[in-house]
Structure formats: C-alpha cells, structure tokens
Design a protein around this ligand. Structure first.
Ligand SMILES: [Zn+2]
Length: 271
C-alpha cells in the first residue's frame, strides 16, 4: 500500500473542467478559516460595513461569509464532515480519481445534469467526503441542499409516530422532499424491514417524480465479494435498486479504509 500512496498525486484542480466552469467558486475562495474566524473582523471591526477610501461604504466580506455559513448550517452536514471539501480530497487510485471527477463536474454543471450519483464502495474510501463536497459546492452556488444519513432519517420518521413528540411525519419529510439537492448517506445500512423499504421507496420515488437531484452513498455493492456479504439489491430490494439506476450514475470506489491507513484532517470515529 505505500506505493499506492505515491501513484496518484493530490488533485487540486478539476481535470477536464469546461472553460466556463465557475472553478473559483470552490477553489480560490475557500473559507479555510471557517470555524476559527476571529471574534472581531479586522476589516470592519464587527460593523458589517467596510469603508473604502474615496468611494464610501460597502458590505464587508465577513458578512457574506456569515450568510454562507448560515446556508451551510441549513444543509445539516454532520460536524465530523466539516472539513470535507474538494480541495482536501485525496485520490489514491483510479476509481477514486474518477469519482472525484464525476463529483466535481456535478457540482459545477448542476442544474444542467441528467442524473445524480451513487457512490458505491466499502467503508472509508471517501464516498461521503465527495458527497459532502458536492453539497458544499452547490450551497455556495446558492442552491438549497440537504444532507441526511439514511439511518437517522428513518429514525426521525419513526420517532414522529410517537404521540409524545411534537413533530409529525410530514414535518420530517417535507424538507427532504423539498430540497433541490439531497444527499442520502449510507443507503441500505438499516436492517431492511418492509417498513424501511416502503419508506425509502416512497421518499426516493417522490423525488424522482419531482425531478429532484439525489446523491447516494452505500457500503453495499452490486456483486458479492464473499458468501456472507449482502448486495445493495438484497438490502433495498430489486425495484428500488433499479430506480437508482434510472436516477443516478453508479460510481464504484475501491481502496483501503483511509481512516485506518492515513492521517486525515478530520479523525472520524464511529460511535
Ligand atoms: Zn467585516
């Protein structure tokens, strides 16, 4: 594996990016200091307006950043993925390199895209990193994006049936059906009961009918690598798997679990 590490350099630019691509939107203007922003902005001293000598006042950059951060909060990207962005994604093999290409193209070309993406591969190959990067890129471009881990989505829906909770099923579902772009992380992870399958199918089919873009990640593959392993089709059912074929380009990703193999900006620990 050490030689694997050297074969593919870190990708900082989008290969084969179209001329018109708004690359600056998520490469040049990266808010690297998000989260550790100084308490008082050195430009406007917190006033939100910046005085330009001879020209008057204009809204300060820090205000724009705050609006952007607020938008980003609405996407519900979990804290442990805060540092995931295209610029710090590392491809260690061809499959990860091409996954990066599909992801960055989608983030630049949306809404001129036909289908979403289904990132498929074992734990720790960087699927969620790419899905989150797409959401961040599209949020920065002003689209209404949402991230949900599919297990917690199902749990929230289930909890909404509880008479003691203040929420209803519709309240949980509405933002998911409304979001222009949705990431459903780890589809197939929940034990596939009939309710789980129906609920997932309901959500996914509604988004499909509304022509809304959905990006999926899954640890399950289409082919078994050993006798005990289940396929994605076995987890989510034949019909839903074939619906995903229609909605998404399948992007297979292989590789070592980089959380175990390499140091990474965000140490990710499963509970
Ligand atoms: Zn400022």
């Amino acid at each position: 594996m050490p030689q694997e590490k050297l074969k593919f350099p870190t990708l900082f630019a989008v290969p084969n990016a179209p001329q018109s691509a708004p690359e600056h939107e998520f490469y040049d203007d990266l808010p690297e200091d998000v989260g550790d922003e100084p308490e008082v902005c050195p430009k406007c001293y917190g006033a939100g307006m910046e005085v330009v000598p001879g020209k008057g006042a204009r809204p300060c950059e820090c205000r724009k950043k705050k609006t952007q951060n607020k938008q980003l909060d609405k996407t519900r990207i979990p804290k442990r993925y805060t540092e995931c962005h295209f610029h710090n994604y590392k491809a260690f093999n061809k499959s990860q390199e091409s996954a990066f290409r599909f992801a960055s193209q989608l983030a630049m070309q949306y809404p001129a895209v036909e289908r979403g993406l289904l990132f498929m591969g074992s734990v720790g190959v960087g699927k969620t990193h790419l899905a989150v990067s797409i959401l961040k890129g599209l949020t920065e471009r002003g689209f209404n994006c949402l991230f949900y881990e599919s297990g917690s989505l199902l749990k929230e829906i289930q909890n909404s049936y509880n008479a003691n909770t203040q929420t209803s099923e519709l309240k949980v579902l509405q933002p998911i059906l409304d979001a222009e772009i949705l990431v459903l992380d780890e589809i197939g992870a929940t034990k596939p009961t009939e309710w789980v399958r129906d609920t997932m199918a309901n959500i996914i089919n509604t988004r499909y009918n509304d022509r809304k873009l959905t990006i999926f990640t899954t640890n399950y593959l289409d082919d078994k690598r050993n006798a005990t392993e289940e396929t994605l089709e076995e987890r989510i059912g034949v019909r839903l798997r074939s619906r995903l074929y229609e909605m998404c380009k399948t992007v297979p990703m292989t590789g070592e679990d980089f959380r175990r193999t390499f140091d990474h900006v965000t140490p990710i620990k499963k509970k």
